[in-house]
Each structure stands twice: as structure tokens, then as C-alpha cells.
Design a protein around this ligand. Sequence first.
Ligand SMILES: [Zn+2]
Length: 462
Amino acid sequence: METSGAAPDLLVVADRVVTMDPERTVLADGAVAVAGDRIVDVGRADDLRARHPGAAELGGPGRMAVPGFVNAHQHLTGDRLIRSAIPDDLESGTAIFSWAVPAHAAHTPADDELSATLGLVEAVGNGITFTVEAGTVAHPDRVLAAFDTVGVGGTLGSWGWDVEGQPWAGTVSEVLERQRHVLDLTDGHPRVDGWITLVGHDLMSDELVVAASELAATAGTGLTFHLSPTDSDPRRYLERTGSRPLVHLGRLGALGPHVLVGHGVHLDDAEIDVLLRHDVALAYCPWAYLRLGQGVTGAGRHADIVERGGRVALGCDAENAGDAVDVLRTAALAAGLAKDTRLAPERFGAHTVFELATIAGAAAIGMDHEIGSLEIGKRADVVLVDTTTPEWVPASTDPVLQLVWASDGRSVSDVVASGRIVVRDRTCTTVDLAALAEQAAEHHRRLVLDAGLPVRATWPTR
Ligand SMILES: [Zn+2]
């Protein structure tokens, strides 16, 4: 392979390097050379050592290198500090309006930063180096600080909805002004891009979504919003507009390749045609739909959309909806659902979902020029998987099959994000998690009181 001119700071060395380049090359005894925040060389470890003498090494025998994973839908605030506190036997409206919305409303700027830091530490520990925030951040400057502290990449917006009587709501012009502020805040940032982010559902006026889409297109950035995780959005749009959501939004001119729709579980044939015609991407969060009982097993068409050439990425959603911030766990579920719901074991295997976790997911969010594969010139987001643990014994000749079905984020040992070692020997190097734990417990207690959340312990603690 070609090398670039910069002198490397680091060689990431592994028994196998799963590059996810266009040929899907897997290198035996390979290495990735990193200089600054870029990949400058990829090839056989011995060749790279000869070409780059004296470079420090990470990894070695018993390690496999893969690209950093993309999480295309993650709430970085709100749920984190009340993780596993929202019971899993509530109706969806109760979970949202008695729990999630008051928790968000009671968030202080410090809660936002702490919450996002904890979420990103968990994410990177499971190999996620790029996170699309899902559109519910009240204090984007503090969430940007969390991205900086942890050292990973992502997209960031500001809470966007124009509904009356709800926290963080605003008029159309106020909501857009906040989004512009985020674009300014992230201007020139090496790892975090400002995106226009709306809550979505039926909680955005036609005027807001059209203006938001125009703003994103003009700024050359993305727009994301929630739509149709349940059949509630289709019903409401039909009542209000006479059309189903994506048909309506297409007619408004709000759709395009810069749009990433969160969920899209309940789409009919006409909506899927609209989605494909406008090259709109989907963030698919199957654990959330199972946890919340939203009907993905009956209604979900994400695998069909991928098979028809649509752009789909995987997401982990929130800590009370899907819960684990682990894209590999999500990938296995996406494969299993595609097979099981059609009684079709031959379709949608580990390799397809691994593409969604890496290069295809990067393409869905418009970032495949920068992340998603181990290729020269790309951002140095490299994950090392420890293949000495029981789930890897014996090693298969097909590492992706084994990684998706036999393992998950637990196998991740080291992570390089933008050229920096952010996880070493399963420990985050940029954040002292133990020190944050005490602070998190205190913020949790205060948030529950301030938001008036009806927390309960189901079984007695003695
Ligand atoms: Zn969401």
C-alpha cells in the first residue's frame, strides 16, 4: 500500500487487521501507522517497522485491529444520570412524559457535561469513536467539553422543538438561532461537527423542519430528528396532514442526503420509496425498540432498506432505551432480527452488520471520507480487540463472524481515537472513572429530587 509522508508517532500492531477498505482486506500480522490524528500507513507489521523505525507500538500478538465504530443515535444527556431508573414496565407515554422530559428539564449545565462524559467513556470502552448526538442537548458547550475531555469524535446540536409548554422549547427562529450557535461553537473543531438536531416526531412544525433542513444544507452539515419508532407519528401526521410522515416531509422539500432519520420503524412502502429516492439515511436502534416494545419485529424494514441500497447506521439510543452503549451488541441483534423476522437465515449476516457498524454507518452519516475504515489519510480511529479471552478460543478463520456473534464490546482492549490512545488495557486514559463515580451518584440523587421522579426499588433491599 501507499504511504504518506508524515513520520508516525505510533504503530498499532495486530495478528489481523480488518481494514474495511473497498476490497475488505484483512491483513495478517498487520499494522496501522498513525501520525498526529491521521492514518499514514497500513500494511504488514514488519514492512511498517522497517519503513517507520523507532515508532512506539500498541498491540501485538493476541490482538485484532478494526476501525472505530459509529454510533448514529445516542442521547448524551437526560437518561445517563437516571440510568436503569426508569422501570421497564411503563407505557411509552409515561416513560417519556413522567420520566425523560422532567429529567431533561431538571438538568443543569454540569449534569449535561457529566452525563455526556460518562456516556462517551462507556462508548469508547466498547470501541465507539464517533457518536451522533440524538437531539436533546440543552447545554451544547458543556457536551462539547465532554467530547474534548474523552477525546472522541461526533456530532452535536442543541435541543430543537417548537412546541409550547415543554422544556427547552422555542419559536422557529429561536430554535434555529441555537443551532447556528452550535455551528459557531464547533467551527474548526478537529473531531466534532455541528449538526442541526431536532427532537422530531410530531414535535416540529412544518416551518421548523423546512428551515432546519435548509440551514443544514446551506451550512454543508447534517440534520437529524426522530421519526416513527412507534405507529404514533404516522397516526398524528395522517390526522394533521393527510399523509404519512416521510411522504409529508418529502412533499415539503425537507428531505435529502444530508438528513439522518432516527428510527423509521413504522414506514410503509410509499415512505420507503421516498426515503430511497431522497437518499435519506436511517439510524437503527433495535435494542430500544425491543426494550420499549415498539414493534420492530413486525414492522421493521431496515434490512430491506439496506438490501435496496439505502443508507443505514446503527444506534444505541439511550440508557433507558436500549441501554448498553455497545454497537457490536446492536449489530448482532440487527442481523438476528433480519433473519428471524423473515425466516431467512441466508440473509443479513455478520459481515453486513459489521459494515453498518463501520464503513457503511460512516457513509450513512456522510462521514465515510473521514472515518469507518483503516485507510491512509483517514482519521486514526483504531480499535484493538483482545483475542486471548475465552470467546476467541479457538480463533475462527473468519474474525468478523466471531466478533459479531461470539463477542461484543467486552473484547475491546485498546482504542486510538484521532491518533490518541484513549483506552489502554480496558481503561480510559483520559477520564478517571472512579473519581467521577462519586460525583455521578450525587448528581443522580439531586436530579431525582429536582425532577420529582417516582423512583422505586422493585424488590426489598435488606
Ligand atoms: Zn432518540
